[in-house]
Design a protein around this ligand. Structure first.
Ligand SMILES: Cc1ncc(COP(=O)(O)O)c(C=O)c1O
Length: 356
């Protein structure tokens, strides 16, 4: 049997599709813009947005040594990659086996996990986890204990021998509001709740925020008391956040091959199985996307009635760049990404933190 080593791709036209491509200049711009506003430990980049230790290492080069994770797999992967200076699992975990595996890397990494109930405190203690944050519900109907319950949970965790480093709260319901003045008022009100909890709990960490309101946090941290922001999407970006006028560029796209063309539409090989779709349809420059199906995206090639789109007819076999509406689930579907500059392919990086 002969083994063929794939020819190294030089241009995006050589890539097998669907292919995740990340524009290095846009990425570098985003990392620099963020680290200027939130330098060093003021940003705890969320790695769930890219799931790549190589990209986390780039974020560290920009001065951020503390990271946020959403899964035990991400935590352990980061620790094993030597990126474990200070890792926060901003999520609740009850699985004893996974918690034990996480506790086992505490010899090489600083591990802290979020807890929001008796059961999560007890599971962390049983596994031998040494550091926790009390996760406080500050308005998003998801995880986080009721604000009045924080002191009791902190007490329970300390009684079981764990260090309570402080609090976290994720105001995910406030991330996208085109009325940025309202977003600021709402964020500050949520931080009032978190700060009250922080004073009950003690410790020195108050962790919150994301890409959509990172600047509110940067501007007001002296009064809110927030010590670190958990933004993740800013590195690669998606169309969900593009309406806010943030200073981040679109670094991520999925390259597809046009596999079929028709009078009024064309079809490329990037569908639901290679795109996170929960924030809506992806976009293609100059074309209106009609819909996605499992393996396909169908987009218009006729001029729109308002003539705002040029809609050139692409040739079968040509490449299109598709911009996802939601970066995180998109990245989780792919095994590697290609770093590019324009159409030139520079490097291939594994998306090595996938799974749970
Ligand atoms: C706990 C937590 N913190 C922070 C974020 C911020 O992410 P983003 O940069 O996408 O706003 C998220 C995203 O969903 C999250 O779940």
């Amino acid at each position: 049997m002969t083994h063929h080593t794939p020819r190294p791709a030089r241009s995006i036209a050589d890539l097998a599709t669907p292919a995740v491509v990340v524009d290095i200049d846009a990425l570098e711009h985003n990392l620099a813009a963020m680290s200027e506003r939130l330098p060093g430990a003021l940003l705890r980049p969320h790695v769930k947005a890219h799931k790549s230790t190589a990209l986390a290492a780039l974020q560290r080069q920009h001065g951020h040594h503390h990271f946020t994770c959403a899964t035990v797999r991400e935590m352990i992967g980061m620790a094993k990659a030597g990126l474990g200076d200070d890792l926060l699992l901003a999520n609740e975990v009850l699985d004893a086996e996974r918690l034990a595996a996480l506790a086992a890397v505490q010899d090489r990494a600083m591990i802290t996990i979020a807890v929001d109930s008796d059961a999560t405190v007890d599971a962390a203690a049983r596994a031998g986890i040494q550091h926790v944050l009390i996760d406080v519900n500050i308005g998003l109907p998801r995880c986080g204990c009721a604000p009045h319950d924080t002191a009791r949970l902190a007490e329970r965790a300390r009684a079981k021998g764990m260090v309570v480093r402080g609090v976290m709260g994720y105001e995910g319901h406030l991330m996208v509001n085109e009325n940025r003045a309202t977003q600021r008022t709402d964020t500050l009100a949520a931080m009032d709740v978190l700060r009250a909890a922080a004073s009950e709990v003690g410790g020195d960490v108050m962790s919150a925020g994301g890409t959509g309101n990172y600047d509110v946090h940067a501007d007001h941290r002296a009064t809110t008391g927030v010590t670190e922001v958990q933004a993740g999407s800013y590195a690669l970006m998606d169309t969900y956040y593009s309406t806010l006028g943030l200073p981040f560029r679109q670094a991520l796209s999925i390259v597809g091959t046009v596999v079929s063309t028709h009078d009024k539409w064309a079809v490329a090989d990037v569908g639901l199985k290679s795109l996170g779709m929960d924030h809506g349809d992806p976009t293609i420059a100059d074309h209106k996307v009609w819909f996605c199906s499992d393996e396909h995206i169908t987009f218009a090639t006729e001029k729109s009635a308002d003539a705002t789109t040029r809609a050139p007819q692409p040739a079968v076999g040509s490449r299109v760049r598709i911009v996802p509406a939601h970066v995180d689930p998109t990245m989780a579907m792919h095994e590697h990404l290609w770093l590019v500059r324009g159409d030139e392919v520079l490097d291939r990086l594994p998306i090595d933190l996938r799974g749970w």
